[in-house]
Ligand binder design. Structure first.
Ligand code: ZN
Length: 238
């Protein structure tokens, strides 16, 4: 199990670099190993994958959070419509951020078990840039073939899609995979009092509101995920 510092993204000491990926990409060793097996199996049938984002620190998540809160990066509704931050109440801003980005300290990317995946061949010519939007993973999109393959085979390597469907909290993220044998224990280990203490000492924008609403935020955006569908033949879960 991870230490408290590792679980909440205060250190990357639980993660390693991954052969063949960008030198900013880190995962916990067992997830990295499972990923490489999966990548190899996919390559044998002509499906290619690369990680856009793996481990992310508390500091990095806070930067993303604060920029959105302060209107430096755009905020969107669940339908993808642009919001005007200046016209929103604090609660509306926090809700809009949490639809698309995790609360610092509560990102699954802190654990080193979760990552965002794309098809690098579709972007190799530099003509377009990966945006991590659902359309890229739907029929006709550059990552559609990869997503089809992952939906069939990712579970064989221990991976699942925690944001497969929108359930009233985090928007659907067809690019986000999670290594179940380690991520499920991490999720269970997230403790609201520890998170509250952390957010009280590490300042983030909207801190007072977040601390006040943390029980609701945890339920809606941290606890509510699409759990892996298991069959009797799945041994990695036991
Ligand atoms: Zn992600």
């Amino acid at each position: 199990m991870l230490t408290t510092e590792q679980l909440y993204g205060l250190t990357n000491s639980h993660t390693v670099l991954i052969a063949g990926e960008a030198d900013t990409i880190r995962l916990v060793p067992t997830a990295a190993e499972a990923y490489l097996y999966m990548q190899d199996a996919a390559a044998q049938v002509g499906i290619h994958m690369a990680i856009a984002s793996g481990f992310r620190s508390f500091a990095r998540q806070r930067l993303i959070w604060n920029k959105k809160f302060n209107g430096e990066t755009p905020l969107y509704t669940i339908h993808g419509d642009l919001l005007n931050t200046e016209q929103l109440a604090v609660g509306e801003i926090v809700e809009a951020i949490l639809t698309w980005s995790a609360l610092p300290g509560a990102s699954r990317h802190h654990w080193g078990t979760d990552f965002d995946l794309y098809d690098p061949t579709a972007f190799a010519d530099g003509q377009r840039r990966l945006q991590l939007v659902p359309a890229e993973y739907e029929d006709g999109g550059p990552c559609y073939k990869l997503h089809q393959w992952l939906q069939q085979h990712a579970r064989d390597y221990g991976f699942f899609f925690p944001y497969a469907r929108y359930q009233g909290g985090v928007a659907a993220e067809p690019w986000h995979l999670s290594y179940a044998p380690l991520a499920l224990p991490c999720q269970n280990a997230i403790d609201i009092d520890t998170l509250k203490d952390l957010l009280a000492t590490q300042t983030i924008a909207g801190q007072a509101y977040v601390l006040d609403q943390l029980t609701e935020i945890k339920h809606r955006y941290i606890d509510t995920i699409c759990l892996p569908e298991l069959t009797a033949s799945d041994t990695w879960f036991g």
